[in-house]
Design a protein around this ligand. Sequence first.
Ligand code: SF4
Ligand code: SF4
Length: 469
Amino acid sequence: MSEKIPVQQVEPEVVEFDLYEKRKKIYTRAVSGFFQKIRTRVLWVLMLGYFLTPWINWHDRQGVLFDLPARQFHIFGVTFFPQDFFLLAWILIICAFGLFFVTTLFGRVWCGYTCPQTVWTMVFMWIEEKTEGSRNARMKLDKSPMSKSKFIKKFNKHSLWVLFGWLTGLTFVGYFTPIRELLIDLFTFSAHPWAYFWVALFTGATYLFAGWMREQVCTYMCPYARFQAVMFDPDTLVISYDYNRGESRGPRKRSADPKAEGLGDCIDCNLCVHVCPAGIDIRDGLQYQCIGCALCVDACDSVMDKMGYDRGLVSYTTERRLEGENSHIMRPKVVGYALCMLVVITAFMYFAGDREALGLDVIRDRNKLFNQTPSGMIENIYTIKVINMDQTSHKFEISVSGLDNMTMIGRKTVTANAGEVRSVPFSIQVPPTALTEQRNTIFFKVQSLDPNYEAEKITESRFIGPVSK
Ligand code: SF4
Ligand code: SF4
């Protein structure tokens, strides 16, 4: 006889929870140490480079100026035109492979040491520490009710943040418009409205990203943070906690023998957590929020020194080393990226070396297809642009060919300074009998007249007129 299994209706338990988690403010503790010193030096180099570069003049012109209206990029005496943008593509490819190569070898060294978000946040944190005090003082200040002293501290901090953001914005715009004039124009309220807009935008973005959002930019906004894990392998340098050595963790007296007490080397002081700008505990393993700043390494090393233990409980290491194996620097991925870099650098050098220093643009007047002069000649109007991309000024001759009995009316020689675009209006007249088609191909040629400088450029254009029967 078969038995029936009793079935009972059970109401599903509904558990409601909020998918939105409010950001918990991170109060970082200042720490000094070997890696902090490196980061501070890198910060100085990058900051000085960023803020001073637009103020350096080169041959009576701002050394680095991306002149968008004139479509010319000046970089210390070399002028790049839109025709040179393919070089920019090569530079970007080199940077991409460089980043892949460095990340595979050294992990998130870019994020921890040189990324603008990291560098600017370091400055903003330093301002915070100077105006509001240490980690504990800041936590206490935030919990305390508003008072005159709290207001002054907060006001000072935010004013300095805005000032630094403004300097950042001004400098950024100063790469695109001459910075000396920009500064005067901004203060005399005679700058272009777009200049005010961009300075304000970059001031606001710097204040927001480095002052308020900080680690959230790296965790939620940066795409590089997400995809770089694919470049990691067991030999990539990462910051890691030595679990076998550290556990079991626990407080103890300095004089105590940890082995006798069944403890590892981690004294559970949480200093590595307090210094972390990402607000994570490195002892929980490698996490995507970790930017590889090595603050926890410096913090833990200082604790190990105080306890009289060996340094390196938290250290730069590799997954392989943590497993007791040997790490390798030369591996297929690294060699592959290095070879790719070599190929693109060679290609870049070839194309940069082959770059023509003379450009020629011919613009045909489209308002009227052609004119007929009182003498019966057919006339087309052109504007010729001679682009001198060389470092010195040169004299050029302009000529045209392609049809019989052509007459050029306009200047046949032109002098263009280094990096200058000279526009020359021109008209070409042809007797109607010379035209066999409505659209005729003609060739403009510009040629250097300087005996020490050989350069010529030929460009095709059209001559339009009635066909004689
Ligand atoms: S875990 Fe360490 S290396 Fe990673 S972000 Fe935090 S302090 Fe920096
Ligand atoms: S700083 Fe070092 S000893 Fe202190 S909790 Fe972190 S890992 Fe443990």
